[in-house]
Design a protein around this ligand. Structure first.
Ligand SMILES: [Zn+2]
Length: 132
């Protein structure tokens, strides 16, 4: 047996001959206490990795929330800077709007009814402005 065929267990520090099929990665002797120690070590590593991934994941979520918040703020800013439609100045449109309002409040689409209401309101408005 070559000396290189003898390993030293990392847990109990005893020499052991590794299983020929596993010798390239066998890390401890076959004693149950050492095998348990190895299993515990692997579990610690797995948990640490999981925790790191969890922290990474939480950091990712936080970053993503921040990105979405900024995106929303940007969209609102974008809306605010969008040019607003010019203020209404068309008096022709005002006639249409007033006619539409009369039709709406009188709850009718009938031209004669609307004309009748319009005339009545014209009269009321005139009287109000003239103070009579
Ligand atoms: Zn051992």
């Amino acid at each position: 047996m070559k000396n290189s065929d003898v390993y030293v267990c990392r847990f109990c520090h005893r020499q052991f001959v590794p299983d020929p099929r596993n010798k390239h990665h066998q890390k401890c002797c076959p004693r149950p206490v050492c095998r348990r120690a190895l299993a515990a070590e692997r579990q610690r590593k797995r948990r640490r990795k999981l925790k790191e991934n969890q922290e990474e994941y939480q950091a990712y979520l936080e970053k993503d929330r921040e990105r979405k918040r900024k995106s929303r703020a940007g969209a609102q800013k974008g809306r605010a800077s969008t040019p607003r439609p010019p203020p209404f100045t068309g008096f022709d449109h005002l006639n249409f709007i007033l006619t539409g309002m009369v039709a709406h409040f009188a709850d009718t689409q009938n031209r004669d009814d609307i004309s009748c209401y319009m005339n009545r309101m014209l009269e009321t408005g005139r009287n109000f402005v003239r103070g009579s």
